[in-house]
Design a protein around this ligand. Sequence first.
Ligand SMILES: N=c1c2ncn([C@@H]3O[C@H](COP(=O)(O)OP(=O)(O)OP(=O)(O)O)[C@@H](O)[C@H]3O)c2ncn1[C@@H]1O[C@H](COP(=O)(O)O)[C@@H](O)[C@H]1O
Length: 111
Amino acid sequence: MSHETRPLNRLEQTILARKDAPSEKSYTTQLLEGGIEKIGGKIIEEAAEVVEAAGEPGEEGCQHTIREAGDLLYHLLVLMACRGVSLAEVEAELARREGVSGLEEKASRKS
Ligand SMILES: N=c1c2ncn([C@@H]3O[C@H](COP(=O)(O)OP(=O)(O)OP(=O)(O)O)[C@@H](O)[C@H]3O)c2ncn1[C@@H]1O[C@H](COP(=O)(O)O)[C@@H](O)[C@H]1O
């Protein structure tokens, strides 16, 4: 899938468009106007909701987890846009970590 057709990239573009052209009918605009504090509060709330959903049993729990993870990703992208951080930059950071064991990386920080 090309970058332009990936839902996360399209969502990032929509959020950036709201940042460029605020609209009073936009929830994204409301979040951006509230700044890091408001968006951060929503992320903490959404993170708790995704963890709660993941603990629910069966297919219903799975579907609930999908919806809550979508909310969390959306709010995280709004926070990144607010802070001027792009999805490409986060992806580059994840690519940089590829092949490095999380446990080894943690151990190397102590030395
Ligand atoms: N992906 C999303 C998205 N995911 C979640 N949400 C909103 O996030 C809010 C969080 O839901 P909650 O139930 O946790 O919050 P709430 O209790 O209803 O609201 P609060 O009073 O607590 O803020 C809801 O209002 C959802 O509608 C989203 N709002 C927007 N988008 C995308 O952003 C685009 C632009 O949206 P606007 O900027 O609003 O035009 C949309 O077309 C979508 O593609």
